[in-house]
Write a protein that binds this ligand. Structure first.
Ligand SMILES: Nc1ncnc2c1ncn2[C@@H]1O[C@H](COP(=O)(O)OP(=O)(O)OP(=O)(O)O)[C@@H](O)[C@H]1O
Length: 232
């Protein structure tokens, strides 16, 4: 589903004229198959977010290629990347990123409104997802009237509402206590099983990483599959 080939990226840092090129990702090659939960685990600063931004097309790699569903996404321009994201990717963030002035229902509905979906279909899809993530009773609450776990459920439903095949989750449980973290990880596993959605979870936490079918560890700009003794 996602095939990354010899991907490298570095950042220029320092004052003008004295910039240094710092390599962050070094010739990474790996695959993510349809229907998998994959985690990419590594310390702060190891390059996980950079890799996610490149896979999602927010950032161009210096070298290397990315294919998603056999489409060469790394060759896209900005507009093409944005269009591809709308139909293929959903995103979940550590701090939920909900609209404070919209209710749970309205937050989940928003991507469908932006897509121009009709009211009847919007209502049906949002109701169905509210039920799936266990939020029907609080659908008219605003984000500040919801617990952290409930807010993350809203953001998961919002990511799913346009039916993207792949969800990128950047530290999805980073703001939650350990019990709520488990609830959210179980929800991700259930959505993966029942809807066949591929999840890519970025985390620094080994417990969260264990949720995945496949774990990649990021270290010094290189990626190893857990259990493998060589860089992939
Ligand atoms: N725009 C940028 N310009 C220069 N350096 C950057 C930029 N973005 C990231 N870096 C550097 O690249 C390295 C990797 O950063 P990245 O955010 O990908 O790591 P991370 O593993 O996601 O960390 P965290 O878990 O703290 O979010 C870090 O050393 C960071 O300082």
């Amino acid at each position: 589903m996602i095939h990354v080939q010899e991907l490298s990226h570095s950042f220029k840092i320092g004052k003008k004229g004295k910039e240094k090129q710092v390599p962050v990702l070094k010739e990474l090659s790996f695959s993510i198959e349809k229907g998998e939960i994959v985690s990419i685990v590594g310390r702060s600063g190891s390059g996980k977010s950079t890799l996610l931004h490149i896979m999602a097309g927010f950032l161009k790699p210096d070298t290397g290629t990315i294919q998603v569903d056999n489409v060469h996404t790394s060759a896209f321009n900005e507009a093409e990347s944005a269009q591809f994201r709308l139909t293929h990717f959903g995103f979940i963030f550590q701090n939920f990123q909900l609209m404070p002035g919209l209710t749970a229902f309205e937050n989940i509905e928003l991507p469908l409104k932006l897509k121009g979906e009709n009211k009847h279909i919007r209502k049906k899809k949002v109701k169905d997802l509210l039920q799936h993530v266990g939020l029907t009773d609080v659908q008219n609450h605003y984000p500040n009237e919801l617990s952290g776990g409930q807010q993350q459920r809203v953001s998961i439903a919002r990511a799913l509402v346009t039916d993207p095949p792949i969800i990128f989750a950047d530290e999805p449980t980073g703001s939650l206590d350990s019990e709520t973290e488990q609830d959210i990880l179980l929800l991700i596993q259930s959505l993966n099983k029942t809807r066949g959605i591929t999840f890519v979870i970025i985390t620094h936490d080994d417990t969260v990483a264990e949720t995945a079918n496949r774990i990649y560890r990021m270290h010094d700009g290189e990626l190893t599959e857990r259990g493998a003794s060589h860089a992939i």
